[in-house]
Design a protein around this ligand. Structure first.
Ligand code: FAD
Ligand code: EPU
Length: 336
């Protein structure tokens, strides 16, 4: 455990927002009791890699920074391996660790920033795969009594960028480890989303394996998503809105080129990036707060934007998109 009162959080959030706060590092589960004793307080919130957060002010209380490490095989069969990873493991390094061992299922989730422990929080997803597809269980510490509890797939109530930890159990649990069920053979490659096939073709690969898919996803992501080490951001700032087919049709009458996909019976998921671009915001900049020029769903910090400035920009976009298309955008990023 380490206690760092009043330090800059600029390097602890990928938006690069310069706020300060008290940070307690959790290196082992027993640290939780020690930190509570030493600070006289519980966790104000749990921090992972800070890649899905926007700080709009200096956070109060103690931030508990998750650094619970370790990767182990929990179980194995002829076909599957159950891998248990500590919540503080870097997600992308974990993906590469699995690919090196030919364990398939998370290759489409390559290069997503952040830590293993946050992967169930919003059921991370990309290129046709979500964490729920390979999720077995997780262990989380109940912050109200310090008891370790196991959650199975059903209990996590995963949805599109959703889980029980963002709703009914918000702030109550610290995820300590996650176990994924991965395939040792007969990999089920998901190649139909976006430009994966095109990218594999460009690379001259006709019989792809999981490592090829990972490299293709990395190439596609790198071509449009800003690297947080270069340009502050937290990935998609908004969710893609799910609307009724009737609403989607109404917009399509005016804009036949609308980017939208089936999302269950009678529902369509509209590309929020398309709405924001069409409303004229792509590449917009106000001070150091902006809308990424290659992906309008991503808000960026050119250097010294405050969280309040980024938030205000997001608010202006929400209002304008609602006025233009009658669709209300919901923020994906956690606002603090
Ligand atoms: P943080 O930002 O630190 O935390 C996020 C939330 O989870 C907070 O509410 C925090 O309190 C909570 N939390 C974190 N760890 C724990 C824990 N151990 N226990 C309890 N609560 C916890 N996301 C996608 O789904 N798909 C993408 O394709 C994608 N692309 C991205 C691209 C870029 C360039 C960036 C910057 C972000 C992207 N994201 C994407 C968003 C982000 O990477 C994910 O949401 C990621 O899982 C966040 O992990 P983190 O460790 O940084 O979480
Ligand atoms: N689009 C535009 N203009 C833009 C951006 C996108 O017209 O500026 C259109 C594209 O042309 C395409 C469609 O929108 O037709 C979808 O774009 P893209 O494939 O880039 O994906 P996205 O819907 O914008 C989602 C996730 C990403 C994830 C990608 C790939 C959400 C909120 N975002 O983005 O996740 O990586 O798909 O699966 O669901 C994140 O959550 O932080 C994130 C980056």
């Amino acid at each position: 455990m380490e206690l760092q009162p009043s330090i800059s959080l600029k390097r602890l959030n990928t938006f690069g927002i310069d706020v300060s706060g008290n940070v307690a590092t959790v290196n082992e589960i027993d640290d939780i009791g020690r930190i509570a004793d030493a600070t006289g307080q519980g966790a104000a919130f749990i921090l992972g890699g800070g890649s899905n957060l926007l700080f709009t002010k200096n956070p109060e209380g103690w931030i508990w920074k998750n650094e619970l490490h370790g990767i182990e095989i929990a179980d194995e069969s002829d076909e599957f391996v159950w891998v248990k990873a500590g919540a503080g493991e870097n997600w992308h390094r974990f993906v590469l660790h699995c690919i090196e061992r030919n364990w398939g299922g998370i290759e489409n989730l390559s290069l997503i920033p952040g830590l293993v422990g946050a992967s169930p929080m919003q059921n991370i997803g990309a290129y046709g795969v979500e964490i729920k597809d390979v999720f077995q269980s997780l262990e989380a510490i109940d912050l109200t009594n310090g008891v370790l509890r196991t959650f199975d797939l059903q209990e996590c109530a995963f949805g599109y960028r959703e889980s029980v930890f963002k709703h009914d159990l918000k702030g109550q649990f610290m995820i300590a480890s996650v176990t994924y069920r991965l395939r040792k053979k007969k990999h089920e490659l998901k190649l139909d989303y976006g430009d994966i096939r095109k990218e594999l073709e460009t690379q001259g690969i006709s019989q792809p394996g999981i490592a090829d898919v990972s490299r293709a996803v990395i190439a596609i992501r790198s071509s449009k998503l800003p690297d947080p080490n270069v340009l502050g951001n937290a990935g998609s700032f908004f969710k893609n809105p799910v609307v009724s087919e009737a609403i989607e049709q109404k917009i399509r009458e005016k804009y036949p080129e609308l980017a939208a996909y089936p999302a269950g019976e009678g529902l369509k998921k509209i590309a929020a990036g398309w709405l924001i671009e069409k409303a004229g915001w792509k590449g917009f900049r106000r001070g150091d707060a902006g809308v990424h020029s290659k992906q309008a769903l991503v808000l960026v910090n050119y250097g010294s934007a405050t969280g309040a400035e980024i938030w205000q920009l997001s608010e202006d976009i929400v209002r304008n998109v609602e006025d233009t298309f009658g669709v209300l955008l919901e923020r994906e990023v956690n606002i603090l």
